[in-house]
Ligand binder design. Sequence first.
Ligand code: AMP
Length: 194
Amino acid sequence: MKRICIFAGSNVGTRQEYQEAAVQLSKELVEYEMDVVFGGSSIGLMGVMANTILDNGGKVVGVIPKNLFRGEMVHTQLTQLFQVKTMHERKAKMGELSDAFIALPGGFGTLEEIFEVVSWGQLGIHQKPIGLYNVAGYYDPLLQLVERGIEDEFIPEEHRDLLICESDPARLIEKIKSSQPPGETDKWKEIPSS
Ligand code: AMP
């Protein structure tokens, strides 16, 4: 596993723990000699993560849509920067360049990125592991919603493991490295299994 795609807030959030966690995860990724692909911004947790990796000798590749974000938000010191036309192109490129995904705390942009890779994972479009870095219990409500979805049979139980959730960065990376994609599942209850 060589490249990890990181989704993270374009704000730093209110708790100091969020930035500390972004620094810790970034240092672990450098230790594991994993390059990072991300949204190319210099601000928020994205910026904290990119700067920490670069400062520690790691490689960071950014993928950013042209003219969508103000110029000063684009990180200009990255190892490589891809400029794409649309947000859809950006997500496709980020996925194509990466072997796995990790989400730090973030807002709608981060949530949307997580749910796209999870829903595409359950359809078998990709088989790349997806990690949730659960800093300060930020993702607990999301995990509760997943449990409700399983209980009410909107989400197959086997797909719970599509989200690898950890609050310790080294354990998260280890779990991602050793994870196996879920086998065939009857996603649709109304269609008899073949
Ligand atoms: P959010 O969680 O709403 O702050 O959005 C963060 C996610 O959306 C990141 O993973 C990026 O891919 C994308 N994004 C949002 N704002 C920016 C920005 N200013 N520069 C680059 N990407 C951004």
